[in-house]
Design a protein around this ligand. Sequence first.
Ligand code: FPP
Length: 244
Amino acid sequence: MASKERSMPKHVGLIMDGNGRWAKARMLPRVMGHNAGTKTLKRIALKASDMGITNLTVYAFSTENWKRSEEEVSGIFKLLVKFVNSELQELKDKNVHVNILGDRDKLPDYVCESLDKLVGETSHCDGMNFNIALNYGGRAELVRSVKAICEDVKAGRIDADDIDEELISSHLYTGEKNIPDADLIIRTSGEERLSNFLVWQASYSELMFTDTLWPDFSNEEFEDMIFRYMGRERRFGGRNEEDK
Ligand code: FPP
């Protein structure tokens, strides 16, 4: 199973961390850090699409982010709507297909309307899948998958013995949209943990961390990480070819 990975990652996950510290260092309100982070996100998404990456998933708002101040939470939602209004045309021009991963139920109506527009108007695009994880948590995603499977068992549509990894995967937000497991997960700002991002899908992901704060994350650093990924050996629990 060992193989030197020479091809482009099929799925890259981004934990866009450090917006708050970026703002604090400039004595700006935190939401200004998210504003700068949104510009970085647009730049990196277009770069990923240009590089031929087929799936990019970004952690925009976690199930834990509700603990932040009302001002910050609504600031992030307003930035998201602004992003849709200003970038939708360019996303369509670049043939980018947008998916939303997460629980929409708690999101304000004006955000859901904007997301519907974003998803609806890019649904015909068959270029890069740009997946925005919003009110998303990896554990909540697993719970949702397990509940849906239990309903199927209860209704007699499947047998409990049919439950396997593939079935669980297929009931995740990613599985429902045919998004493969993450090959590479990048986290900025010096923190080295997954924080409930793509918990199931990250089982064999390569992980890369950088001290760079998200607003300062450059296209060059992103490209460098992709090239480093391509040079890595991925064993998926198997052994190194030379050791055999
Ligand atoms: C983490 O930095 C960042 C977030 C919780 C929000 C990320 C949101 C955006 C980039 C903007 C909206 C998204 C879209 C899709 C347009 P942090 O606030 O935890 O930074 P800190 O650790 O330095 O405080």
